[in-house]
Write a protein that binds this ligand. Structure first.
Ligand code: FPP
Length: 231
């Protein structure tokens, strides 16, 4: 399966099942998130190897604020650590990092790390890794509409305007959306952008989703026939 016939330009992933992975092993939920970061690393590596242009991952939804404070704080700490540890490798692999979402509610330290990594990697031309943080699809559509109204008073919004005002404007729509852990729903993620996206669901929990699992998803995608509403 080394040379895949049709590779997606943009793969997006709803990483799910970290908590259940930890629970199965009698560990703290944060251990699941920690192991989940290893899966993120493996997936980025495969995208770099296969020259997949865009990989986006749903790291924290606007609904995730409802989790226990200790878990949320722990997640921020893990993200800060991961960003610090991985920047060098990302630079070596020509990876551009883009973090999108409502970042205003994040802590100072995390925001500074995000700024640093985005600035350092902004001219890299290989895989673009997009991390959706404090993001939701409905939030994105509402912010797009509000910004459009403010900037274009009295004008009607077209579908192209929506594309251009979404926070993901610089990124093509996902060709393939993967969700792990057996859940088969979109959970308020890229609602507009997934209009013609192929979905791939797997029972595998996110911390177990490594390169071989990712390859299975890419292989399944290569056999899909995309018709975009035509015959
Ligand atoms: C879903 O599992 C996972 C999350 C909400 C967090 C995912 C975040 C990471 C893996 C960190 C990414 C870090 C960087 C730097 C990009 P869950 O907790 O909902 O699992 P459960 O449904 O089994 O409880």
């Amino acid at each position: 399966m080394e040379q895949m016939s049709t590779l997606p330009t943009h793969v997006s992933i709803i990483m799910d099942g970290n908590g259940r992975w930890a629970k199965r092993l009698g560990k703290d939920r944060l251990e699941g998130h920690k192991e989940g970061i290893e899966s993120v690393r493996a997936c980025i590596e495969l995208c770099v190897e296969l020259k997949i242009k865009y990989l986006s991952i749903f790291a924290f939804s606007t609904e995730n604020w409802g989790r226990p404070t200790a878990e949320i704080e722990g997640l921020w700490a893990l993200m800060i650590k991961a960003l610090r540890a991985e920047l060098k490798t990302m630079m070596k692999n020509n990876v551009r990092l883009v973090i999108l979402g409502d970042l205003s509610q994040l802590g100072e330290e995390l925001r500074a790390e995000i700024d640093h990594c985005m600035t350092e990697s902004k001219n890299n031309t290989g895989t673009t890794v997009i991390v959706l943080l404090n993001y939701s699809g409905k939030w994105d559509i509402v912010q797009a509409a509000n910004r459009f109204i403010k900037e274009n008073p009295g004008k009607e919004m077209t579908a192209e305007d929506v594309d251009n005002y979404l926070i993901t404007a610089q990124v093509p729509d996902p060709d393939l959306l993967i969700r792990t852990s057996g859940e088969q729903r979109i959970s308020n993620y890229m609602l507009w952008q997934c209009a013609y996206t192929e979905f791939y669901f797997t029972e595998t929990l996110w911390p177990d989703f490594r390169k071989s699992e990712f390859r299975l998803a890419l292989d399944a995608f290569s056999h899909r026939e995309r018709r975009y509403g035509k015959v």
